[in-house]
Design a protein around this ligand. Structure first.
Ligand SMILES: Nc1nc2c(c(=O)[nH]1)N[C@H]1C(S)=C(S)[C@@H](COP(=O)(O)OP(=O)(O)OC[C@H]3O[C@@H](n4cnc5c(=O)[nH]c(N)nc54)[C@H](O)[C@@H]3O)O[C@H]1N2
Ligand SMILES: Nc1nc2c(c(=O)[nH]1)N[C@H]1C(S)=C(S)[C@@H](COP(=O)(O)OP(=O)(O)OC[C@H]3O[C@@H](n4cnc5c(=O)[nH]c(N)nc54)[C@H](O)[C@@H]3O)O[C@H]1N2
Ligand SMILES: [Mo]
Length: 763
């Protein structure tokens, strides 16, 4: 393993302070925090104008998370959360990164700053070029930039030597054009942030219920008897989900939370048996909190399945929905037989939870009809992540709790349009039927070989099999695992190109040559030759709706992502029969092409103009599982975690603070966990700290272990916290250097960012 530590965030402490862990989420402090960010970044007047338009039916879609907006009434000035306001403030910042900024800041020096400091530099205003051997970026014209990229692309031996990454903010229109350009160029190398995110959900759900998306709608939360929130921290990452959970509660529903941490957004953890009243007007959210060990979920879910089966055996028809199982599913006998091969006594210690608590959870599942299960990265970023999700589906299928009101699957998506990007064809493994329709509509021969996902793309660049990296948004170096290895991979490239709004580390760890193409943000007006355009996005529940920018662009040189792709295609593709520039003159023309090639978009231009948008078809929601291999919903056989810790080893999960959006660091506080002004911390169980002779705030160095590989990250402050023994937590992206590139989930190949095996050494 490379020993040099040149690409990761600096090992610099910022002055930790503590605050009492709040008893409830949201409330006045959240409002104060939103306003502070808006005031500091944007200014009050402009800021209020912006917030007024956020998530309104004729406004713009929040560039934060993918949680849906209500179908019907929307509160004036209030369809956003603290962290949505921060996301908007960050994009609409007054700070500009101009050519002068680049002239006075050497790239190598900027790379020594933290992601927080880099991001706060501001919005990029001009296309910038870092020529080979140069120390500073210089301004370049758009035309020269496009020509340079086109020449480099066309000089490759094979189109497969280029990588085209996408983050999840790109609109449907831009994403559709982008994948079309990449495929006409000749490759399916379209890795995206989803590869590191909900890929495991997509894999598990496609196999078991025939669609890689969740089945519930927002309204289902009004009809659920029981919601299980597992491996997710909505108080921070999807704060508006708390409103939906609160509705479930108001209507008499129950909530089970399964998490190694007592996240404030879901409960006030003092006594798990008696959660304090905390939400808004004093409403409890979590009825039962199971403090599971990291990656102990399959063991836990298996015990629940075994207990369900036991009860059904004792009293037939009291637990399973036999009619649903008979008509709609396949594979129950195998599942039940497999369950017999496990013993509860052996499984319990893997969960860290007492059997009595698990029995309580099972009782709630048995006694309630309509169950929704919600999850996010706590389930998807493990070696057996796909098993985690398939095991959830097993529970829902036994209960017949899918494809009807108040019940179903709810993978809560991350980026605001990550689901839409997939629908538009941003995927390294496109289905043949999709390629067929592209070929027919656009008159070209689409590449049929699967492309590279994120992990494989990094490998290919490291081995110099791929030499051009193009990033449509995102922050590849900070978001990906194994920071130093990935840095070497990017440095091996001849050219790295980033289409971005804000300065980030990926502009600073570059190929031999590098380009930055600055683009419009979601909040800004997008003018094309036919006038102002709107774009469309798809949220976590499959609703496609429009988003119309509100602010004048922060600088006149910016292009929309759509225009950038069209120009690039125009420069690169010599034989294309598509008039790319004309397509971008009016986004209705792009939407018409989407309608012609992707099912579910009939009358797109008309329906996208209906306020609130329209739902895409969803077979699982409609209680139809025909698209699976068996034509039925499939039970599956899943394995508990195989991780065996050696002496003095710990599992580390890398999680988000309350003050960041992925690699964009809004501030240095994690208010809901009581930590202020510091990100280089490691949360540990107090007994584990004692065993290691550690006091609160001792400085430790971390080493991760994978096969015979070791990786190091230095200088973290140890903090005792409520977390199961042998489990620890650090923040992403500071700890990404420890995540081994080749440690990935089976089937989905998602990096195991929530199960990193580490040892901890006191300084
Ligand atoms: N404000 C804000 N909003 C965001 C984001 C952001 O960074 N900031 N990111 C967006 C994106 S792209 C995404 S994907 C989502 C991420 O949303 P989350 O998945 O909620 O984000 P994480 O911080 O990764 O939190 C994972 C949660 O899973 C728990 N967990 C970890 N390991 C396990 C485990 O083995 N089992 C169980 N049961 N739980 C576990 C952790 O304790 C934590 O509560 O949020 C989106 N929204
Ligand atoms: N260790 C660890 N690693 C993780 C995770 C984890 O939990 N732990 N989570 C993973 C997950 S779930 C995800 S989704 C990925 C996220 O990976 P990415 O999506 O690659 O990362 P972001 O931090 O969301 O990208 C932020 C950058 O996007 C650019 N940007 C913002 N808005 C726009 C826009 O409208 N257009 C364009 N073109 N650019 C824009 C800005 O320049 C900003 O710096 O990270 C993954 N990495
Ligand atoms: Mo994500």
């Amino acid at each position: 393993m490379s020993k040099k530590t040149t690409a990761q965030p600096p090992e610099k402490l910022t002055g930790i302070q503590f605050t009492a862990i709040p008893k409830s989420a949201v409330g006045l402090k959240a409002i104060a925090s939103s306003l502070r960010h808006i005031k500091d970044e944007v200014g009050i007047l402009k800021g209020i104008g912006l917030l007024k338009n956020l998530n309104q039916k004729d406004g713009f879609d929040c560039p934060g998370c993918a949680w849906p907006d209500p179908d019907e009434k929307r509160a004036f000035l209030a369809e956003y959360c603290e962290n949505g306001a921060k996301a908007v403030a960050e994009e609409a910042t007054k700070n500009m990164v101009s050519p002068m900024f680049f002239a006075t800041h050497a790239v190598a020096k900027l790379a020594k700053l933290s992601d927080y400091e880099i991001g706060k530099s501001g919005r990029i205003t001009h296309p910038m070029y870092l020529a080979e051997g140069k120390t500073h970026y210089e301004e370049i014209s758009w035309g020269k930039a496009f020509k340079l990229i086109a020449d480099e692309l066309n000089a490759l031996n094979s189109p497969d030597e280029a990588i085209f990454y996408t983050s999840g903010r790109t609109s449907n229109e831009a994403a559709f054009l982008y994948q079309l350009f990449v495929r006409e160029f000749g490759t399916n190398n379209l890795p995206d942030c989803s590869n590191m995110c909900h890929e495991s959900s997509g894999a598990a759900l496609s196999e078991t219920v025939g669609i890689g998306k969740g089945s519930v709608t927002l309204d289902d939360f009004n009809h659920a008897d029981l919601v299980i929130v597992i491996g997710q921290n909505p108080g921070t990452n999807h704060p508006r989900m708390l409103t939906a959970l609160s509705e479930t509660k108001k209507k008499g529903g129950k909530i089970i939370t399964i998490n190694p941490l007592p996240e404030v957004g879901l409960m006030n953890y003092i006594d798990p048996q008696n959660p304090l009243k905390w939400f808004g007007d004093g409403q409890d959210l979590t009825d039962l909190f199971l403090q599971v060990k990291i990656n102990g979920d399959v063991a836990l879910l298996k015990i629940i399945l075994k207990l369900m089966k036991k009860q059904e055996d004792i009293k037939p028809n009291s637990v399973f929905n036999h009619q649903f199982i008979k008509e709609k599913t396949a594979g129950i006998d195998n599942l039940l037989k497999d369950l017999d091969s496990y013993s509860i006594a052996e499984l319990v210690p893997q969960t860290g939870i007492s059997l009595a608590e698990i029995e309580k959870a099972t009782e709630l599942i048995i006694n309630n009809e309509n169950i929704i299960i919600c999850w996010a990265m706590g389930l998807t970023q493990h070696k057996n992540a796909v098993d985690n999700i398939r095991e959830i589906v097993n529970i829902l299928l036994l209960k017949g709790s899918i494809g009807k009101k108040g019940a179903g699957t709810c993978p809560v998506r991350g980026h605001s349009n990550v689901q839409g990007d997939r629908t538009m064809g941003i995927w390294e493994k496109p289905p043949a039927t999709f390629l067929d329709s592209l070929e027919k509509e656009f008159n070209f021969k689409a590449p049929r070989k699967n492309g590279l996902d994120v992990v494989d793309a990094i490998e290919a660049m490291h081995q110099k099999k791929a030499t051009i990296f193009f990033g449509m948004g995102g922050n590849f170096i900070s978001a990906t695992p194994d920071t130093e290895f990935t840095a070497d991979a990017l440095r091996n490239c001849n050219l790295t190109v980033q289409v971005s709004t804000k300065l980030n580390r990926s502009h600073l760890i570059t190929g031999k040559k590098a380009l930055i193409l600055p683009c419009l943000g979601r909040s800004e007006r997008d003018y094309q030759t036919s006038g102002q355009q709107f774009v469309s996005v798809e949220n976590s529940m499959g609703i496609v709706h429009q988003s119309r920018g509100h602010l004048e662009p922060c600088f006149e040189k910016l292009l929309s992502e759509t225009a950038i792709v069209a120009n690039l295609a125009n420069f690169t593709l010599k034989n294309s029969t598509t008039n790319w520039i004309n397509l971008t003159s009016n986004y209705d023309l792009i939407r018409a092409k989407i309608e012609a090639t992707i099912p579910g978009f009939e009358n797109y231009n008309k329906r996208v103009r209906i306020k609130g948008g329209f739902y895409l078809p969803n077979n699982a929601r409609e209680n139809n599982f025909e698209p699976t291999a068996t034509g039925k919903a499939n039970f599956s056989i899943n394995k508990p975690s195989a991780i065996a810790l050696e002496k003095d080893q710990y599992i580390m999960m890398t999680i988000r603070t309350h003050d960041q959006f992925n690699t964009t660091i809004y501030g240095l506080n994690d208010r809901y966990r009581g930590v202020l002004n510091e990100r280089r911390v490691i949360f540990m169980n107090a007994d584990d700290m004692k065993k290691l002779g550690l006091q609160k705030l001792d400085l430790v160095d971390l080493t991760s272990h994978f096969k015979d590989e070791k990786r190091e990250a230095k200088g973290f402050l140890a903090i005792p916290y409520s977390i199961p023994k042998q489990c620890t937590a650090t923040y992403f992206p500071e700890a990404n250097v420890l995540v081994p590139l080749k440690s990935t989930a089976d089937t989905s190949n998602t990096p195991t960012s929530k199960t990193v095996i580490i040892t901890i050494k006191k300084r």
